[in-house]
Design a protein around this ligand. Structure first.
Ligand code: CUA
Length: 319
């Protein structure tokens, strides 16, 4: 009975393709089952009491009802336990979904009105399809060129907002080769419903072929960290930020990625993509402890978002 009910819920969902799809669907079925049981019990009791205690004659007097501590305790404690039960399974799964493994392939995703651009670690760009290898964890590092979008791959059971001015990410491991639809799941304007994409999951060999598949005469793809190094030189970053660990005007880029930054104002953050982007765009927002303020101009309109992607990729190599 429970099994066929679970199969019924799952029959409405797309194919399970990511490593956690079955577990996500199990939690979904669990919540559906609990909700269904609650509807039957609560609505059933309500209808039963409506009939049983209906007004039978004009002389019926409504009795004075105060409260019953035992019943109130039961209807508070039991649903609380059920909710905690659902919360527990949800949190465990959520935690896994928010923790990409260190060896994940990182692909940049840019959302715009109305489409998606992808760039692979080799520098390979694709304005049409997202191609990933089967069985390998993939982390998508995402940003929007304009308004708020949301990257949704139902077959992988992942969905995440894609915003302007900040990075977001999601990750998954595809278990089956094939083609799966990608949707924008945030109303973003007239052609929102047409903002469709396709995920193509291929074998490791096919992925390598895809990455090196260039049209004749096309310039060689340059990996982002190399472009980041060019951007570092082109924008004059080296005047104030060394690569050797030496202190010049500002902090060195060496070892900066992923380190804890403490600020004049007192708080501290781990240097991630959003911190670095903000520090390039608005350098005076957070001043690293030990450095004077107003040493660096705001680069908000001086540097392209793609070059910031590249600079971040470059910084990640400066261990
Ligand atoms: Cu982009 Cu809806």
């Amino acid at each position: 009975m429970l099994e066929s009910l679970n199969n019924y819920w799952n029959s409405m969902l797309p194919e399970q393709v990511s490593t956690w799809a079955a577990q996500v669907d199990w939690i979904n079925a669990l919540i559906n089952n609990i909700s269904l049981l609650s509807i039957v019990l609560i609505t059933g009791a309500m209808l039963y009491f409506c009939v049983k205690y209906r007004k039978r004659t004009d002389n019926d007097v409504t009795c004075q009802i105060s409260h019953d501590t035992r019943i109130e305790t039961v209807w508070t404690v039991v649903p609380t336990i059920i909710c905690l039960f659902m919360f527990y399974y949800g949190v465990v799964q959520y935690d896994e979904m928010r923790t990409p493994p260190a060896n994940a392939i990182e692909i940049n995703v840019e959302g715009y009105k109305w489409g998606w651009n992808y760039r692979h670690p080799s520098g390979k760009k694709d304005a049409k399809d997202l191609v990933v290898p089967v069985g390998k964890p993939v982390r998508l590092l995402m940003r929007s060129r304009d308004v708020l979008h949301s990257f949704f791959i139902p077959a992988m059971r992942v969905k995440e907002d894609v915003a302007a001015n900040r990075y977001s990410y999601l990750w998954f491991t595809a278990e089956k080769e094939g083609k799966y639809p990608i949707f924008c799941a945030e109303y973003c304007g007239t052609s929102h419903s047409g903002m469709l994409g396709e995920l193509t999951v291929v074998s490791a060999q096919e992925y390598q072929d895809y990455l090196s598949g260039r049209k004749l005469g096309e310039a060689a793809d340059i990996p982002p960290e190399k472009l980041g190094e060019l951007a570092y030189n082109k924008n004059g970053c080296m005047a104030c930020h060394s690569l050797s660990g030496a202190r010049v005007v500002g902090p060195s880029f060496k070892g900066l990625w992923g380190s804890e930054r403490s600020f004049v104002e007192g708080e501290a953050v781990i240097a991630d993509e959003n911190y670095i982007k903000e520090s390039i765009w608005y350098p005076n927002k957070l001043i690293v402890a030990g450095y004077p303020p107003n040493q660096m101009p705001a680069y908000k309109d001086q540097i392209s978002e793609e070059d910031i992607d590249n600079l971040i990729a470059f910084m990640k190599t400066l261990k």
